[in-house]
Every structure is written in C-alpha cells, then in structure tokens.
Design a protein around this ligand. Structure first.
Ligand code: MTE
Length: 319
C-alpha cells in the first residue's frame, strides 16, 4: 500500500517562483489585453472586448519549463470546453457569467478514514497554495499554457486517509440545470453530471492539482470555478471542472467521455502522440495563439514525472 503514496517531487523548474511570474509589476494592463486579442484572432474570434471600467485583464511574460509563453488571460478565459454551458467554445464565458460559485462545498468521502465536507475557502486556507504553469492538451488537438493557482490533490487525499480498499478516485461536477443550459437541454444525451476518475497512484502524483485560481486571480466560472482538477499529462477532458464531490472507490469509476464513446476516449487518456484518435491524429497540436502546429509530446512533456506509473502497461490498449 505504501507505494501508492509515493509522490514524485515536482522539479523546481515546474513551479514558477512567485516573484517571477505573479508580481503585480509584471501584469501590464491594457497592452496585454490588446496583444491577447490579436493572438487569439489567428485561430478563433477574439471574444473579449475592451469595455470602459472593466477590470483590465492580467498579463504575464511567464513561460513554462520548456520555454513556451503562457497564453493570454483572454485566450484562457474565452476559448473553453464546458459542455454544461455550451458546446461552442466561444459562448461558454458569456453563458457562465451569472453562474453562482459561492457558497460552494466539496464533499470528500467514500473509502476514507476522515470523510469531510469543506467550504472552498477552507481548502485554500488549509492546504499550501502554489502557482503552477501547466500545458493543457485537449483531446481535440489544441493546447494552451496556463498559470494556475491551487494546491496538490495529494495534500487533500492524505488528510482524508484513504483506506486500503481505495484504488481509484472519482470526481463529480455540480448538477445545476437551472444555471447550466447544457444540462437542461431536453435533447442532450450527455449523462450528467460530468464525472471523471484517476487511479489512486495517479491522483497521489504531485503533478495532479486542484486549481482555485488563474493568473494569480480567483478562478472564473468558464474555467471551472471555484475548484477544478488539472491533470497536465492527460487529455484535457480528465481535468474536470466545478467539482462538488471527490470519492475514494474500489473499482474503476465510470467517466463521462468514456461512457459516451469508449473507443474514442479511454479511462487513462494519457497524452500519447503514438495513439491517434480514431478520427484525427494526435501526433501534433495547435497551440492557441500560434500559426503552425507543433509536435505533441508523450505525456504532454511530463514523462519524467509520470511515465513510471504505467510501467508494463500496453498504452495502445489502455489509451
Ligand atoms: N469539465 C466539465 N465539468 N465539463 C466539461 O465540458 N471539458 C473538459 C475539461 N473539463 C469539461 C470539463 C475539456 S474537454 C477540456 S479540454 C478542459 O476542461 C478545458 O478546460 P479550459 O476551458 O479551462 O481550458
């Protein structure tokens, strides 16, 4: 059992020193907004207009540990996958505008010694807050680099003390059809609420992160506020948004995309340029804000930290 708790320290280069990236001095105001809109125009209509009196979007010159610039705040908050609101990426921000993110509780239970329901504000006080710049690679073959704030999933799970029967972690998004048009749609065949899962040793890996903020600011509804998972070595659909429940379970849990189309979306969903999606290549990706495609890296470039989790597994079968 102890091996399940082995967590790999994040290389210091993975964690951006606060003073480098999040110093308010680095947040250039209006100019960043304009630059972000221009970059976005290359691949998607810029949805964010400069409105008088609106709070200026934060900007940053930060890069990830591979030297890629973080995407603009405008890119990150206006190009979203969040099917509870819309299947149209550019409509999510507008539709999520009035989504109520407070008060919010998250229930941690199942096969644990210390089940507990937390208020989100308690989580940010209880667990060491960090800033991490992660690449997000969507299964649809686009990607971004996002500076998140939050805390490691492992720190929360350790407090819950999983029992020896716990082998997987199941996550559930809020179900609120009155506020989420995609959940209310009578013609939608999605099996709401959105659910995701990780094997316990994956969940205990230090890269698995619970994000409560973005660009040094509180998270916004379209990006999964108030709290969402970020699993940077897996396709973006594993990074479930607006979580209300985390449950430790014995069996591999059902997950939303795998339930809908299991031959296209596996439970593991590790980023793998060698295994194509049945309908498109996964060997390359389009970084939002760039013109040419770039090669996709195994485990999205995080192999050093996570490849050992899959030793001996056939990743073409466990896609
Ligand atoms: N979580 C919920 N609840 N609903 C969703 O539709 N989409 C997923 C993931 N988490 C999704 C979700 C997909 S496909 C991706 S690529 C990422 O969220 C996108 O996160 P972002 O909008 O913050 O970039």
């Amino acid at each position: 059992m102890t091996h399940l708790y082995k967590s790999i320290p994040v290389r210091s280069s993975e964690i951006t020193p606060k003073q480098v990236y999040f110093s308010r001095r680095d947040f250039i105001k209006a100019t960043g907004l304009i630059a972000g809109s221009l970059a976005l125009a290359a691949c998607a209509p810029a949805a964010q207009e400069a409105t008088p009196n609106a709070k200026p979007a934060p900007t940053s010159t930060a890069t990830d540990e591979l030297g890629s610039a973080v995407n603009s705040y405008s890119d990150i908050t206006n190009y979203n996958n969040y099917y509870e609101f819309s299947t149209d990426k550019q409509s999510v921000a507008g539709l999520a505008k009035d989504f109520k993110i407070a008060p919010w509780t998250i229930e941690v239970g199942g096969l644990v010694k210390n089940p507990k329901t937390f208020g989100v504000e308690d989580l940010t006080k209880t667990f060491t807050q960090e800033e991490r710049i992660y690449r997000l690679r969507c299964v649809e073959a686009w990607s971004m680099v996002i500076p998140w704030n939050g805390f490691s999933l492992a720190s929360l799970l350790k407090t819950a003390e999983p029992t020896s029967d716990a082998k997987y972690v199941r996550f559930e998004t809020v179900y609120r059809p009155e506020e989420m048009p995609g959940q209310k749609d009578p013609f939608s065949s999605y099996p709401w609420p959105y659910q995701e899962g990780l094997r316990l040793d994956e969940a205990m890996n230090d890269l698995a992160f619970l994000a409560t903020g973005l660009y040094g600011e509180p998270n916004v509804a379209q990006n999964g506020a108030p709290i969402r998972l970020v699993v940077p070595w897996k396709y973006g659909f594993k990074s479930i948004k607006s979580i209300v429940k985390i449950e430790l379970v014995a069996e591999q849990p059902a997950t939303m995309w795998n339930t809908i189309q299991s031959n296209e979306y596996g439970f593991y969903a590790n980023v793998n340029p060698a295994v194509d999606h049945p309908r498109w290549t996964q060997a390359s990706e389009r970084r939002i804000g760039e013109f040419s495609r770039r090669a996709t890296l195994p485990f999205n470039g995080y192999g050093e930290q996570v490849a050992h989790l899959y030793d001996g597994m056939d990743l073409t079968k466990n896609y």
